[in-house]
Design a binder for this molecule. Structure first.
Ligand SMILES: *Cc1c(COP(=O)(O)O)cnc(C)c1O
Length: 488
């Protein structure tokens, strides 16, 4: 954990008082950190003298405080990527103007019309969307819509030397395969009265940096062909997926994943609830399957990953993506989600019950005042142990480390906050808090629901002020000189 989050976790009485007042579960956000993360991405742009915008992928976190904090950043440098009409409305209400909004994901008329009406850039997912959008623009007399086209399937696009090895590219159900781009270009030419084509986009759901370098180069080559046809695309949007390193130590992560394989084979006691294998299974003494886990330790992530991506030689032309972009005077757009909210928040829950785990001698089952929908690190395969925040001072002599499984507040066998054994410095007591750090990316209510009428988590924004912390409700936060809320 980096300093702001780490020092927030040391403010134990403050965190307890917030949960006492607002209930469990509770999400805490640090809006200043999203601004710092943005500055780190911008520093990479400056290093390579690149223009273009950082668009926050709103879907990673629904918070108002984070979106409003970003709206206060440099308008030419920071925008927002919205994937639904509700996110579009939210972005506008947070202070983003149309030129800073990019509409991504699959869209119907109920999303395309408001996007075109306000004048957001539309990142077209398919040729069908282009037809629908052009029709809406003409029928309703809207201003010409700025569009990018999302491409996919970069492996099958040759005709450019075919140098280097043929990398497999991730299949995606989004975007237009590069091999089908010619009819799309013809359609863009047909619809120039309704849309202004400004560039190409992709978003690859992979950690493989070579695959992304290759995709970026394919985009530049494709744009060269388009310029030869008299079209003038000028931006490449390389999507998100820069990643977060949740676990600092590579060795720690390797030891745990090795131990998971060993326990799946029966070579050591299970590390998980009822032998859950996270996708791994034992087939006649061999481990099969792929672990559905987020790579906990990442040698490079976030801005560092962007830097690496921009500086590796591309396979066809042999020059780096940064050089290719600069030579062509193309803008570079990125859509980071998870990595932009790295270190931006935590989720808190009360300990409600502690009992011995039925079959696992020496281990305990701890029930929390939250469910797996409230805090979904586990759902996203991110394995990070929570931090125990004792209510009072721990009694002397009860400091024995202990292994626990964490269960949620639903009457469902499957409602587990962790399916693996989590080690705490001592057995928690009812009323203690468990803090899950770094949940702002996809884990903070992404899957939240009202099952059993359990309360939805409240969210607060906090800010360090001298020796104390100030807070306000997420919906009351505005990025103006001092936070209006209360200090505790
Ligand atoms: C989800 C998504 C992102 C953000 O991805 P991260 O892995 O969170 O950075 C960006 N662009 C598109 C189109 C997406 O669907």
């Amino acid at each position: 954990m980096a300093p702001p989050l780490a020092s927030l976790l040391e403010a134990r009485p403050f965190l307890h008082s917030l949960v006492d007042a607002l209930g469990s579960p509770l999400n805490i956000l640090l809006p200043e950190v999203i601004a710092e993360n943005t500055a780190r991405f911008r520093a990479v742009y400056h290093r390579y003298h690149l223009a273009g915008r950082v668009y926050f992928a709103h879907k990673a976190n629904r918070s108002s405080a984070l979106a409003r904090r970003l709206a206060a950043e440099d308008v030419a440098a920071v925008g927002i990527d919205v994937a639904s009409p509700e996110e579009l409305q939210h972005a506008l209400s947070c202070g983003f103007t149309r030129d800073r909004i990019m509409a991504t994901g699959p869209k119907d008329a109920g999303f395309l019309w408001p996007a075109a009406r306000v004048g957001a850039t539309v990142n077209l997912d398919s040729p069908g969307e282009l037809e629908l959008l052009s029709g809406l623009v003409r029928k309703h007399g809207l201003r010409r819509a700025a569009v990018l086209v999302r491409l996919s399937g970069f492996e099958s696009a040759t005709g450019h030397g075919g140098a280097g090895t043929r990398l497999r590219s991730r299949r995606s159900r989004f975007g237009t395969p590069l091999r089908d781009a010619q009819p799309l270009l013809a359609a863009l030419e047909r619809h120039t009265d309704a849309v202004e084509w400004t560039g190409v986009a992709y978003h690859l759901d992979t950690t493989g940096v070579e695959e992304k370098v290759r995709a970026l180069e394919q985009c530049v080559l494709f744009m060269d062909d388009c310029r030869a046809r008299g079209l003038a695309p000028r931006a490449v949007d390389i999507g998100g997926g820069f990643g977060v390193g949740y676990v600092a130590e590579a060795g720690e992560w390797e030891r745990w994943t090795t131990a998971l394989s060993e326990s799946v084979l029966g070579g050591r006691p299970p590390l998980t609830w009822r032998g859950h294998g996270y996708g791994l299974r034992n087939e006649g003494g061999t481990v099969r399957g792929a672990a559905a886990l987020y790579p906990g330790h990442r040698p490079t992530a976030g801005p560092g990953y962007l830097d690496e991506l921009l500086s590796l030689p591309a396979p066809v032309l042999g020059r780096t993506p940064a050089t290719l972009l600069l030579e062509h005077l193309h803008d570079l757009h990125i859509e980071p989600g998870r990595s932009l909210v790295d270190q931006c928040g935590l989720s808190l829950a009360w300990v409600l019950d502690v009992r011995p785990a039925d079959s696992d001698v020496g281990h305990y089952l701890v029930r929390l005042g939250m469910n797996a929908g409230d805090m979904s690190l586990e759902e996203h395969g991110v394995l990070v142990d929570p931090v125990l925040l004792a209510r009072g001072e721990p009694e002397k002599g009860d400091e024995e480390p202990v292994g626990v499984f964490l269960a949620g507040n639903l009457c469902l066998e499957a409602d587990l906050i962790t399916r693996r054994l989590v080690h705490l410095p001592r057995l928690p007591r009812v009323g203690d808090l468990l803090a899950f750090a770094n949940t702002a990316g996809y884990a903070m209510g992404f899957h939240a629901h009202r099952a059993q009428r359990q309360p939805l988590a409240r969210t607060v924004a906090v800010e360090r002020q001298a020796e104390s912390w100030r807070w306000c409700l997420d919906e009351d936060y505005w990025p103006i000189a001092s936070m209006g809320g209360t200090s505790v």
